[in-house]
Design a binder for this molecule. Sequence first.
Ligand code: 6CS
Length: 317
Amino acid sequence: RVWRFAIEESEGSVQHAYALEFERRVERASGGEIDVVVYPYGPLGTSTQMTEQLNLGAIEFAMASPGSIGKFIPETQAFLLHFVLSHDDAVNQRALASPELLAAFDKLYAAKGWKLLSIFPEGEMVWTTQKEIRRPDDFRGVKIRVMTSPILLHAYNAYGASATPLPYSEVYSALQLGMVDAQVNPVFAIERQKFYEVTDWLIFPGHAHFVTTAAANREFYEGQTESDRRLIDDTIAALNGYIFDRQVAFQTDRLKTIIAAKKARGARLGLCGDFTNFLAALTPEERAELVDCNELLTITPPLTSGERQAFASASEA
Ligand code: 6CS
């Protein structure tokens, strides 16, 4: 038997690590009787097209991020609201894995013919821009690419930006051609998609974390034998801790890659906001390649509570 698992990210990403580990564990536990095939982002089309394939049962499993499925299941956009999740991703991971939350959202997924398997964070959201952004006013005139869920458009437009929804595959060229000036994603994704090549600043506002969900086609899931359903459930449960450790390591490793790539091009990387979580992982040589918009590398959060509040109020509006 073949189980197909489509992800919304390229090889070497958090979702890829997750799907490969799912593949390894299911194939080993089934003694090779089940063949899991992982489809990285690309061949199956955009995230929206992948979720249509999950609806049809053309694929059995898919990653379905609120940033794209907010159009189909509007309640998932709660995970996109700014200044709601903790700045500490470990807290987010525990909250998102709560059985009560899963059960509540699974009812909404069931209505769409999906089975919700897991909700987990993929890292702090970081703006990559052409200039420093420290307050909502700095967004005036900035065209920022967002995922296609409506609430994201409203959030960035409330800051004064001009938000443009685009599929993931189009972001690099949109930045390169100047159709947009900024985008938002975790550090590992900025490295994988090479967004740092076409932007100069990484801004860490601490406003949101990338949250994704793993889902299965419900008819497929419910049609499995009890032992195969248990295999799926147990594998997914075991993956929570696994993926959290991987994603945390990905962020710092990939920031190092970005710094080295900028240096190789003779450019330095601008950092702004509260990036103190990352500083401990950097060598003095790597730190020397950074331009800090606070002029000093500091261990106190550079975005003051007043500055944070200005974003929070604009986002509430
Ligand atoms: O920005 C996006 O569209 C994508 N970002 C990540 C980190 N994962 C999937 C999503 O489609």
